[in-house]
Design a binder for this molecule. Structure first.
Ligand SMILES: NC(=O)c1ccc[n+]([C@@H]2O[C@H](COP(=O)([O-])OP(=O)(O)OC[C@H]3O[C@@H](n4cnc5c(N)ncnc54)[C@H](OP(=O)(O)O)[C@@H]3O)[C@@H](O)[C@H]2O)c1
Length: 329
């Protein structure tokens, strides 16, 4: 790979199709964003991660999503981001929208998990060091902590913005009632909630069923859907067997027992609908998520440039007919 990176001159040529306003904020996000949960850790080949990131940026994908414990090992995806910035993206820092999070287990002892002020503040400082950044564009509480006073978590987020360590605040996996409280609390302190990150895809519609997506839409909060391909299930990867190089074969976050005969039948059914639209299953699945009212961006993962290339096509997918939506169910 060419060691000197020059971003594609035409990377913003399709701006009108690619970006969408995030809720009622000033921020535009790409309709497809790139997540660093898998494939960017210390165990992954750096040049592959680098090629994927370059391809994304060259095609207008400006939003990269991280968390303190993405890897493995924990912290190493942020180190990869730091290396990428140093090697390729430092001149483009102001064209990037980089997020990180804290909320899940990160280090041993009572201060390396959940939602205390102590944890969030220390974790973000560590994240910034690993990435070599002065600030992140977006910092998330990665999950709601039922045992920490909600005001403590939220005030820590407000103070992080006030300290200039994050420009915006997001919440991930918070239940609806806590989201409502947070929205009010943050608004009253002039740090409006930018975005909610939740799991929404063809096989899991919880944010819609629980009213979270509607709440975000009605209150000017963006929504970004993580694992929109159900970690790869909603692609052609598992229609026959379990490929040796797949996430499922690694038996980590995607276990093989998930692939029941019922699920396989459902994937084949969805694949037939995708084919009738002239699309791959992954393209249709991503287009479906993006088509849900209130969704700002679809946060994908990719283990190759080829996958990313396929997935970006979903931005230009044709709208769903009401008949198709009914068949999809
Ligand atoms: N807030 C949270 O709690 C939370 C939780 C999970 C994820 N996230 C965020 O969401 C991001 C995306 O999550 P995810 O990686 O699970 O997303 P995903 O898009 O559902 O799954 C990505 C995986 O699917 C496979 N794939 C992707 N495109 C493909 C294609 N065109 N053809 C065949 N296979 C394809 C690849 O797996 P193979 O390795 O098998 O090739 C790829 O790594 C994460 O990086 C993270 O930023 C957040």
């Amino acid at each position: 790979m060419n060691p000197i990176y020059q971003a594609a001159q035409d990377r913003y040529a399709a701006s009108e199709s690619i970006y969408e306003r995030c809720g009622q904020s000033g921020v535009l996000l790409p309709k497809i964003s790139l997540g660093f949960w898998h494939n960017f850790g210390g165990i992954d080949p750096y040049e592959r991660s680098r090629a994927i990131t370059r391809y994304a940026f060259d095609h207008g994908i400006t939003h990269f999503d991280l968390a303190n414990n993405y890897g493995p090992p924990y912290g190493s995806a942020e180190q990869t981001m730091g290396r990428l910035l140093k090697d390729d993206f430092a001149p483009y820092r102001d064209e990037l929208f980089i997020s990180s999070k804290a909320g899940f287990d990160m280090w041993d002892g009572p201060y390396g998990n959940w939602g205390s002020r102590k944890y969030l503040m220390a974790s973000l400082d560590q994240s910034l060091k690993r990435m070599g950044l002065d600030y992140v564009d977006l910092f998330y509480s990665h999950r709601f902590d039922p045992l920490t006073p909600i005001e403590e978590t939220l005030q820590a987020l407000v103070d992080i913005v006030r300290a200039g360590k994050a420009l915006y605040i997001g919440l991930s996996r918070w239940p609806l009632e806590a989201l409502k409280f947070a929205d009010k609390y943050l608004r009253e302190r002039d740090v409006p909630l930018l975005i909610y990150q939740g799991r929404l895809h063809l096989l899991d519609r919880a944010p819609q069923e629980e009213g979270i997506l509607d709440y975000c839409k009605e209150n000017g909060i963006g929504f970004i859907s993580f694992s929109p391909l159900a970690q790869g299930l909603l692609t052609d990867r598992y229609l026959k067997d379990i490929p040796a190089d797949s996430r499922m074969a690694r038996e980590g976050s995607l276990k093989s027992e998930r692939l029941t005969s019922e699920l396989k039948a459902e994937l084949h059914r969805l694949n037939e609908i995708a084919q009738s639209r002239g699309e791959t299953l992954s393209e249709m699945s991503l287009a479906w998520v993006k088509a849900q009212a209130g969704v700002t961006s679809v946060l994908i993962g990719a283990s190759s440039v080829k996958q990313l290339e396929t997935n970006l096509k979903s931005i230009y997918a044709k709208p769903f007919s009401s008949e198709e939506l009914q068949t999809i169910g």
